[in-house]
Design a protein around this ligand. Structure first.
Ligand code: NAD
Length: 468
């Protein structure tokens, strides 16, 4: 018997088996949740398919009313959702509250886009229209860093554009998704939304099923590639938001004191477990020492611990596998550079890693070249701008990047040369529901958020009329 239920085919149900959910702050089991099997997935898909047949004919304005009711329900249950997010994900409670507020805001904003018929050509003899239609059943597969926000920013656009959706959270953070299912069960038409929990075993069932029209996936690049392969036979539409290894380039005219807080925050937000966090910092030699000192001071002063405790500013790493991965990146960084903050995890239960800053590193070190996805920032000194641009671009990843300078024209010229989907200037990791994120290279395919992102949940249909 679990504390939570899955929403499958319009009913809140137990699974045949259960899964324990660990609190990363202390490694204690804080919830037991139902785990789905293949039969549950088939039931969810069949129900979604038939619910979607009705939903696609509901007026867009009425669909929007339903999605806004989901946003209302999120707001009404905000505190319970935030507590569950902290317990399963680890982030501090105030930041979890912010995640809930973001979820509500994304839900409303993404539902606000309209896709009226567009006339592409109108002559005396011909009229060509573009219609945007629903795709069918969407499978949304979610990681563990922002479990509620990511679920909601896939749910809202899928529903408003007339699709059904099956949400599959990460096995280590299923509780906020299950709670979401419980609070919206009476709001959405039966079968239109299902929420299933697995133990990393049911993703391929969803991504290969012929009745799933689209996969909206956020997670690692290797899993993204596996999904592409699996979805190929049925030619599914794909939106893949994958890993990143965002470089930040600090130019010689930047003021270290001014930019240090922004760099610090965008590297360590959510304890570094953010796809668009700042992950490699290239600093010109003229500001290197001062900026390293400023960032080290901020990192050393940060309080890392249990996100439920007052005064804690950064939570633990979300799960054991990730914790060990981050520690191994830190070990390599320590061997090749100079630790100026953190570096050693405390010997206590939980996956707490102090905010770690390692300077004097070079490209070629795995901490610089790969994505640690945790609370560690590598800093690299440079003297030649062309060389540093080549190094920043010498990555399979292309999610985001940033340029820091007191001269906007210079910064814009450097920004133009970064091969990433987003480039920030004098900031990093700034995002909002109205701005689409379209990754480059192996960081993904398609776009998420904004009108472009919502459009990805629609199919284009051209009606070409001979009026003669
Ligand atoms: P992951 O790829 O291991 O898991 C993500 C989800 O995919 C989970 O729900 C998991 O159960 C599921 N999954 C695993 N194998 C699958 C398969 N073969 N088929 C279908 N689904 C499968 O990633 P993670 O460890 O949960 O998240 C960390 C990674 O995600 C980091 O690399 C990070 O950069 C990336 N990430 C990217 C973004 C973004 O927007 N670009 C956001 C958050 C995280």
């Amino acid at each position: 018997m679990s504390n939570y239920k899955m929403l499958i085919a319009g009913k809140l149900v137990e699974g045949n088996t259960t899964l324990d959910v660990i609190n990363p702050a202390n490694e204690e089991v804080f919830a037991t949740v139902p785990r789905a099997n293949q039969e549950n997935v088939m039931t969810a898909i069949a129900a979604a398919k038939s619910a979607q047949q009705l939903w696609k004919n509901v007026a867009e304005s009425e669909r929007r009313v339903v999605v806004n009711k989901i946003a209302d329900a999120i707001a009404e249950n905000a505190e319970e959702l935030a507590k569950v997010i902290t317990l399963e994900q680890g982030k501090v409670l105030d930041f979890a509250r912010m995640e809930v507020q973001f979820a509500e805001a994304f839900c409303r904003s993404l539902a606000s886009h309209e896709f009226p018929v567009t006339v592409l050509e109108e002559t005396e003899t011909n009229r060509v229209e573009e219609h945007r239609n629903p795709l069918g059943v969407v499978a949304a597969i979610i990681p563990w860093n922002f479990p509620l926000l990511i679920a909601v920013y896939k749910l809202s656009p899928a529903l408003v554009t007339g699709n059904a959706i099956i949400l599959k959270p990460a096995p280590t953070t299923p509780v906020s998704s299950l709670l979401l299912g419980q609070i919206i069960a009476d709001i959405v038409p039966k079968g239109l939304v299902s929420i299933i929990v697995d133990n990393n075993d049911l993703g391929p069932v969803l991504t290969s099923h012929p009745d799933i029209a689209k996969i909206s996936f956020t997670g690692s690049t290797p899993t993204g590639k596996a999904i592409m392969k699996n979805a190929a036979d049925t030619m599914k539409r794909l939106t893949l938001e994958l890993g990143g290894n965002d470089a930040a380039i600090v130019l010689d005219d930047a003021d270290a004191k001014t930019i240090a807080p922004g760099i610090f925050f965008s590297a360590f937000i959510n304890s570094g477990q953010v796809c668009i966090a700042l992950k490699r910092l290239y600093v010109h030699e003229s500001v290197y020492d001062e900026l390293c000192d400023e960032i080290a001071t901020l990192a050393k002063g940060a309080v890392v611990g249990n996100g439920m405790e007052e005064g804690v500013q950064f939570g633990p790493v979300q799960n054991k596998v990730q914790y060990e991965k981050v520690l191994s990146y830190i070990a390599e960084g320590k061997a090749q550079g100079t630790v100026i903050a953190g570096g050693d995890a405390p010997h206590q239960p939980g996956y707490v890693i102090p905010l770690t800053v390692i300077k004097d590193l070079k490209d070629g070190c795995s901490l610089v070249d790969e994505e640690p996805f945790g609370p560690v920032l590598p800093i690299i000194k440079y003297s030649d701008l062309d060389e540093v641009l080549a190094n920043a671009n010498n990555s399979k990843m292309g999610l985001g990047g940033s340029v820091w300078s007191s001269n906007l024209d210079r910064a814009l010229k450097v920004a133009a040369q970064l091969e990433t989907g987003t480039v920030w200037i004098n900031q990093h990791c700034a995002f909002g529901p109205q701005i689409h994120m379209a990754p480059a290279k192996e960081s993904g395919i398609g776009a998420e958020w904004g009108k472009e992102g919502v459009k990805e949940f629609t199919a284009c249909k051209i009606i070409n009329i001979n009026k003669a």
